[in-house]
Design a protein around this ligand. Sequence first.
Ligand SMILES: [Zn+2]
Length: 324
Amino acid sequence: MGSPVPPECEQPPGYRGRFAPSPTGPLHFGSLVAAVASFADARAAGGAWLVRVEDLDQPREVPGAARQILDTLAAFGLHWDGEVVYQSSRSEAYEAALTRLAEADLTYPCGCSRAQVAIAGHSGAEGPIYPGTCRGGVREGQAARSLRLRTEGPRIDFTDRVQGMQHQDVAQSVGDFVVRRADGIHAYHLAVVLDDAWQGITQVVRGADLLASTPRQILLQRALALPTPTYAHVPLALAPNGRKLSKSLASAPVDPADPLPALHRAWGFLHQVPLGRVESPTAFWSRAIPRWRIQRIPPRLSSAWTAVGGPDRPLDIHRPLAQA
Ligand SMILES: [Zn+2]
């Protein structure tokens, strides 16, 4: 906010990465892994690293969480370039993009409730596949609720730097998807695509929970004539019971007063070479950045974070890691 507005579609030269947390709670180990990977990858390439607060879903926002996340990033030596962008300040850009899509006849209003889609659609990897019920118009007696993108065109192919070749026929696997929700909130995929282009992001390094939605984002980039960044999806940190370490589970927020143990663990989780004893986050990063190798990350969607310490030594992320 307040920073000069880069014209949309203009790709600045060089590497520009980003970290995009949602302010739904304090920074969690799982988010720290994504932050560490995107920061290390950007800095190792001599690139810029930006932060965007994804506070689109205001009903889910926890007051004070955005500030807390930013303070935690700073305490971990994850210093960003430029000013932090807040999605809540970007509604006009999202609405303008929806107008462009409507003018190209790429969107249509949908009157179906979630329950109706669940009944009518075959189940796909990403939930029920929307069967196109309202493509020809909202049924009589139904009000338009959400706005959907028509998914047509070829299969989406891209190469992920960690996960390898990816293919998805969005129309077949997902169906026409929502770009503005029934509650009026712009859909995450629309916002992220517009923000990445607006911030001139060339490289997206993020958690593998978003791998399956990347083809939808590429489809939107093509529909809006926006550049497609290069993607790298790093494994998600799972709790020992195999459950996702969600940010809304405040059970294990990382401790900004004691950043080094969690930094070493995130680094180990990403299969990077151990760095040995360092005295500060600054020293950690000056040793880490030249040693960063994204190729060392296993092409997996998730790993239990306890595996970092080896099978016989379950780790408590609040306990200092034995120094190499
Ligand atoms: Zn519908």
